[in-house]
Design a binder for this molecule. Structure first.
Ligand code: ZN
Length: 77
């Protein structure tokens, strides 16, 4: 079943304490990851899709820095 939900916004993590994914691919931004599952995760602040149709089991405990609004998004779990 396809699922879409917003990630949780967190303060900038202390360096070295979390795995933080930062977009380096230039703009326009597409997504950090695509394919392999049925979960789409959006930025909890601006709503852009950060992960598209991914397997949620593969992405937990990672912080994604939104390339659009620069918010830090944490996957739940
Ligand atoms: Zn954002």
């Amino acid at each position: 079943m396809l699922t879409t939900f917003a990630l949780r916004i967190i303060p900038k993590p202390v360096e070295g304490t979390r795995v933080v994914m930062v977009w380096t691919g230039g703009l326009p931004f597409d997504a950090f990851m695509k394919g392999g599952g049925e979960t789409t995760c959006t930025c909890g602040n601006c709503g852009i899709s950060l992960l598209k149709n991914v397997n949620y089991d593969n992405i937990h405990n990672i912080v994604y820095k939104c390339p659009i609004c620069m918010s830090y998004n944490e996957t739940h779990i």
